[in-house]
Design a protein around this ligand. Structure first.
Ligand code: UT7
Length: 334
């Protein structure tokens, strides 16, 4: 538990933004051969949000504007912005620098991290390490994904799953060595490429008429294959972090899983022996928002007054790569 480190990073503010437009299961019934019943029972999703105008940076900037208000600080105090996204505004420049301009964080530098659904967790630890060096005092980590920009709304296998959202946290040095980000365990397995990817648009398959015709600029997922490894990966890594810290499910106040499928979440929570009431779930309202799911849960639970300073929290994710991991923290905001 970071015994040798002088400084511990803590989340000292949290905020989110979701677009107004709602895409319901009933509307999807009119677009592809699916039913509300199938989507709810197989995934737990009832509706998702769609950003009609703008890009990932616009959602991130709105979340950060609110974050700064919540903390009562100005944008010029921010030193670093780290953005987790699979839907950057453009391949370059970094979306973080676009966000920096939009929020007026003129003293900040920044960069993006692409680790799919684990992007926020990986970014949170990268950000925390800048704080732990003692060289930085205010780092923003934001997860923002406009999944609708890479979703094929003629493919019923995938279009029912995804939504758009952004959520951000502020990291600062903790004023209590027992509160903050305490431990993490991360994994990657590159054999996952085949089951979950977007083939086109990168250096392997630059955009051509052919890549467009083949729908290579959309998410491809072999759902069944990913489902099996996601259940195992998320449950194993969450159990591992509990064991390593001599904790059981009973010691945890909240389990915050990546929101990809309610059945994956339930299986992981059962394996950890965590009561359903301690599991943050909002997949019903937002679907899978990739890098935004976990901070979006934290923000909603904090706003509702349910997440309190001193709460023991386990975050866990599984996504494309494959990438997966868990983080143990003690919540720092009153
Ligand atoms: O966030 C990144 C990580 N991603 C994940 O963790 C996602 C993991 N995978 C999943 O969540 C699930 O596999 C899905 C929700 C994507 C699919 O659920 P499933 O229970 O694995 O269904 P399936 O793909 O095995 O499909 C079962 C049946 C198929 O029909 P047949 O072949 O049995 O006749 C599909 O064609 O359901 C059919 N189906 C649908 N039916 C109605 C697939 N999509 C739909 C749909 N509506 N939208």
């Amino acid at each position: 538990m970071n015994k040798n480190k002088k400084t511990i990073a803590a989340i000292t503010a949290v905020a989110h933004y979701v677009p107004e437009k709602i895409l319901s299961n009933l509307e999807l019934e009119k677009m592809v051969d699916t039913t509300d019943e199938w989507i709810k029972t197989r995934t737990g999703i009832s509706e998702r949000r769609i950003l009609e105008k703008g890009a990932s940076s616009d959602m991130a900037a709105k979340a950060i504007d609110q974050l700064l208000k919540n903390r009562g600080i100005g944008p010029e105090e921010i030193e670093i912005i780290i953005t987790a996204t699979v839907t950057p505004d453009m391949l370059f420049p970094p979306t973080s620098t676009i966000i920096q301009r939009k929020v007026g964080a003129k003293n900040a530098w920044g960069f993006d991290i692409e680790a799919a659904c684990s992007g926020f967790l990986y970014s949170l630890i990268v950000g925390a390490q800048f704080i732990e060096t003692g060289n930085y005092k205010k780092v923003i980590v934001v997860g923002s994904d406009k999944m609708s920009s890479i979703t094929d709304y003629t493919d019923r296998n995938s279009c029912i799953l995804f939504g758009d959202a952004a959520a951000a946290v502020l990291l600062e040095p903790s004023n209590d060595e027992n509160i903050g980000i305490l431990d993490h365990i991360f994994y990657s397995d590159g054999t996952g490429e085949e089951a979950l990817h977007m083939k086109g648009g990168g250096s392997l398959n630059p955009p051509t008429h052919e890549t467009v015709d083949k729908k290579w600029h959309y998410i491809y997922q072999d759902g069944k294959a990913v489902f099996k490894v996601a259940v195992m990966g998320m449950a194993d890594v969450s159990e591992e972090i509990l064991k390593r810290n001599n904790l059981t499910g009973n010691d945890i106040d909240y389990f915050v899983p990546h929101q990809a499928n309610l059945r994956i979440i339930d299986a992981a929570a059962n394996r950890m022996g965590i009561d359903h009431s301690k599991v943050m779930i909002n997949i019903d309202k937002y679907g899978n928002t990739t890098a935004a799911t976990i901070p979006l849960c934290l923000s909603e639970w904090w706003l509702a007054g349910k997440l309190k300073r001193g709460n023991t929290v386990v975050l866990a994710s599984f996504g494309a790569g494959y990438t997966w991991g868990s983080i143990l923290l003690k919540w720092a905001i009153d």
